[in-house]
Design a protein. Structure first.
Length: 133
């Protein structure tokens, strides 16, 4: 408008909104990362890590058997150097009863692992796996 008032050229608006770019599907062959298989956990611990650099998503599934009272939270962690770990989203938060779930999460960095945080030393049995896509 100011250009038109000053006698300068006026550019037309784009014909349509730009098309958003989608995230590519990543690997066509998912890898399965099994962090825990029916493992009783009675203290805070980090699982082994897996190289996720060629993947973009993880379908994380867990099964928990709570035998005694021990509130537990499982968090995804990411790292490039296996020295400094950055917390991602909680996969399971404040778990106090038996349960299972599956959810898809974005992946970042070179390695991903799971951190299990428990409130006390009563063992809680976890199975946690991720289909990396």
């Amino acid at each position: 408008v100011l250009g038109a008032l000053a006698g300068g050229p006026v550019a037309a608006a784009p014909a349509a909104a730009p098309t958003p770019v989608s995230v590519s599907a990543g690997s066509n062959t998912p890898d399965l990362f099994t962090a825990y298989t029916e493992e009783a956990i009675a203290a805070d611990e980090r699982s082994g890590c897996v190289d996720v650099s060629k993947f973009q998503r993880a379908d994380v599934q867990y099964l928990v058997d709570v035998g005694t009272v021990n509130t537990t939270t499982v968090t995804m962690q990411f790292t490039n150097d296996k020295v400094t770990y950055i917390d991602g989203l909680a996969v399971a938060s404040a778990i106090v009863a038996d349960g299972s779930a599956m959810q898809q999460y974005a992946l970042f960095g070179k390695f991903m692992c799971f951190y299990v945080n428990v409130d006390n030393t009563s063992p809680i049995t976890w199975s946690i796996s991720a289909a990396l896509k």
